[in-house]
Design a protein. Structure first.
Length: 260
């Protein structure tokens, strides 16, 4: 009697009485088995063999059931859920990739003030180099694309924008061309040491960007006195790196939390 390969032998077995009777008839009719004499005992009719076959059938069924899943390939990854709030922050000049020191302090101060609401953070992807003619526009393009994408794909998400030093200029430039519909998705904007002074204007031939009128009432624009980048006539570069120490980062986080 020729037997099917083991992997196929137990797939689709019918254990009904009719099937068992037919199987017994076929075994009895086999010339080799019929010479064994006496009544033919089918394995299903013996408890010992029944338990063994049941175990084998179970393994075969699992293997057979898994086959279509393997052929179908891995399931597509589920899209990440939209957060209640997203902080989009542009770091300052020469800071390493990420949100930078001021940006991280702002995130850390704002997050607990938002309670149980979910919060994501997006670090604007740009060089943050001293080549302001190319660095600032690159950051503005990245920030603008992300803001518009978030507004379209996560319409319930409230965005909090922010930037420090050159990063503040990036946010100003990025939001200058936003439509009113997209700007409606921005709840607040926090800027620290933004390029506002005539000294800052000498660092690049391009015109200094300004805050978008659509975000005027949603923006807190902070400048430590004598910070030469934002304070006209300022002379103390130490002031430019003291936004955490002066409490202005916490002040901006409280402002943003009230707007969200």
């Amino acid at each position: 009697m020729a037997f099917a390969p083991r992997a196929e032998r137990f797939v689709g077995v019918d254990s009904s009485k009719e099937s068992l009777a037919e199987c017994a008839r076929q075994v009895s009719a086999h010339p080799r088995l019929s010479r064994m004499g006496g009544a033919v005992r089918h394995p299903y009719m013996d408890k010992k063999y029944a338990r063994r076959v049941t175990r084998m059938l179970g393994a075969g069924s699992v293997a057979a059931g898994a086959l279509p899943i393997a052929l179908a390939g891995p399931p597509a990854a589920a899209a990440a859920p939209c957060p209640d709030v997203e902080i989009v922050f542009a770091r300052g000049t020469t800071e390493p990739p990420g949100v930078g020191g001021i940006g991280q302090a702002f995130v850390d101060s704002l997050r607990p003030q938002l309670g149980a609401r979910s919060v994501d953070v997006y670090a604007v992807d740009y060089p943050a180099s001293n080549d302001f003619d190319t660095s600032t526009p690159a950051g503005a393009n990245d920030a603008s694309a992300h803001i518009q994408s978030t507004a379209a794909n996560c319409p319930s998400t409230k965005m909090v924008l922010g930037g420090y030093s050159q990063g503040a200029g990036v946010i100003d430039l990025a939001t200058a061309g936003l439509s009113p519909d997209v700007a409606d998705h921005v709840a607040a904007n926090a800027e620290f040491g933004a390029p506002r002074s005539s000294f800052a204007d000498t660092l690049s031939p391009a015109t200094l960007p300004v805050i978008s009128p659509l975000l005027a009432t949603k923006t807190i624009d902070l400048c430590v006195p004598n910070d030469p980048i934002c304070y006209q006539g300022g002379w103390d570069m130490g002031a430019h790196v003291s936004y955490v120490q002066t409490g202005m980062v916490d002040q901006a986080a409280t402002f943003a939390a009230a707007k969200v």
